[in-house]
Design a protein. Structure first.
Length: 468
């Protein structure tokens, strides 16, 4: 058997020698759609390369700094604790740092991640539909405009975008019985959590729920479909195991068990903010010093948990200088104090907290309202694409309850991942770019619901042409 035939036997979507798809679609149509996906990937890579700035503002500096730390043999510096997020994206950047690549090269690599996301998504849909239908269902993901805004930046969104797509593809193979994809999907699930720690409740609880569904199907209903939930649970269990080394590390450096990072207290503090006409959005410590209204209500508290204003430790330079200036308000102790203040604010002003949660949900979906950032063209793209994604998810839910989805276990997981992520972020902290990461789950749910309808439409069209 040739290598090409081995790929075909394994179900590799591009290894097809016939001139028509399984439903009779001409290969020329499939080739056009696949060529369009490839073109979009090349355009994304080109855009990331031409828009490169090498600038590391916002969260960008932190990812590059952590990658540099990993190259030196540590994550948080040995003389102070700075754990604001997981090491998922810095691990992706580490080979570039070791190779001496510049920041623009790291930013240009996001185009490759976009291409991987499209390939993973295409292969995911291909498990349940023909090549032509899979390519057609991948177009909404390929044309999801907000992700292009992150290509020239060292943000973790492109990596998380690709990991969500890769996880969905591996799960589609795992529930079908592929042991290799149980392992691959587990690694992707763990990497996703370490990239965006907001996903840990979905993966951890999803594992428990999948195990429960398997036990119910296996021992109560005695149904063969329980194997899909068993493999789903095993995949997510491997994802949990992938996070253990990082949790062991944080326990060693902080003395705290199950410690993911120091951001929880800060984001809870700001969403519980009861002062002024604010919307619960997170504020950088530097803004507290510069903006009079924030300074009046929050400056003394932030100084009490660790002075950040013009505070530098030693003679450090570059990214290390930024990290040391923020270290006092990013320590585990500062995290505790901010969490305590947040809980006190929520208890004293529950109505304001609930309003902020509502503002958070709006900001997550439509990148609005905000007191700091104006509503921009990027915000408009996020808002329009989020609205279209919600409409697509609504259609998919209707088909799901009608029993007209390609894979019920995968549809259940996509529903779980999509909605719990939105609810959880609405309760803590949200901006429009956070929705971009979960959009592939919503589009995957839509693809599972739409693929059977597309296949039926195409078969009916072919039959009509045959009769005529």
């Amino acid at each position: 058997m040739s290598l090409f035939d081995r790929f075909a036997a394994a179900g590799w979507p591009l290894a097809r020698r016939d001139h028509t798809g399984e439903s009779g679609q001409p290969r020329t149509s499939s080739a056009v759609l696949l060529g369009l996906l490839l073109l979009l990937t090349c355009l994304g890579t080109w855009y990331g390369a031409t828009q490169k700035t090498g600038y590391v503002s916002g969260d960008q500096w932190r990812y590059v700094w952590y990658a540099q730390n990993l190259a030196r043999g540590y994550y948080s510096p040995p003389d102070y604790v700075f754990l604001w997020g997981g090491p998922g994206y810095p691990l992706f950047l580490l080979p570039f740092v070791l190779a001496g690549a510049t920041v623009p090269v790291m930013q240009a690599a996001n185009g490759v991640l976009l291409g991987l996301a499209q390939l993973f998504f295409f292969c995911f849909v291909r498990q349940y539909a023909s090549t032509w239908t899979a390519a057609l269902c991948t177009l909404p993901l390929a044309l999801y405009l907000p992700i292009f805004d992150f290509l020239p930046l060292t943000y973790s969104e492109p990596l998380a975008y690709a990991l969500v797509c890769g996880l969905l593809y591996s799960l589609s193979r795992a529930v079908a019985g592929s042991r290799a994809h149980v392992l691959a999907g587990g690694v992707m699930a763990g990497w996703l959590v370490l990239t965006k720690v907001a996903f840990w409740p979905q993966v951890f609880a999803g594992c428990a729920i999948s195990a429960g569904l398997w036990l119910w199907q296996r021992f109560v209903r005695r149904a063969e479909s329980g194997r899909a939930y068993r493999n789903l649970a095993l995949t997510l269990l491997i994802g949990i195991a992938s996070c253990v080394p990082y949790l062991a590390y944080t326990q060693r450096v902080t003395g705290r068990t199950f410690y993911w990072g120091a951001g929880t207290g800060s984001i809870l503090y700001w969403i519980s903010n009861p002062h002024g006409n604010h919307y619960g959005e997170w504020y950088h410590p530097g803004w507290v010093e510069r903006l009079p209204e924030l300074r009046r209500h929050h400056y003394e508290f932030t100084r009490s948990i660790g002075g950040y204003d013009k505070h530098l430790v030693g003679q450090s330079e570059g990214l290390e200088r930024i990290a040391r200036s923020l270290a006092p308000v990013s320590s585990p102790e500062a995290d505790d104090l901010q969490r305590q203040a947040a809980l006190a604010n929520i208890k004293a002003h529950p109505d304001k907290y609930l309003r902020n949660v509502g503002y958070n949900a709006l900001r997550l979906l439509f990148d609005w309202p905000s007191r700091i950032y104006p509503f921009s063209a990027a915000s408009l793209r996020m808002a329009v694409c989020a609205a279209l994604t919600l409409l697509a998810v609504g259609f998919a839910l209707l088909r799901f309850f009608q029993g007209r989805v390609a894979s019920r276990p995968l549809a259940l997981f996509a529903i779980w991942l999509f909605f719990t992520y939105l609810v959880m972020l609405s309760l803590v902290s949200a901006v429009g770019r956070y929705f971009v990461v979960i959009a592939p789950a919503g589009l995957a749910l839509f693809a599972l619901a739409a693929a059977p309808d597309v296949e039926r439409w195409w078969k009916a069209r072919l039959e009509q042409q045959t009769r005529s």
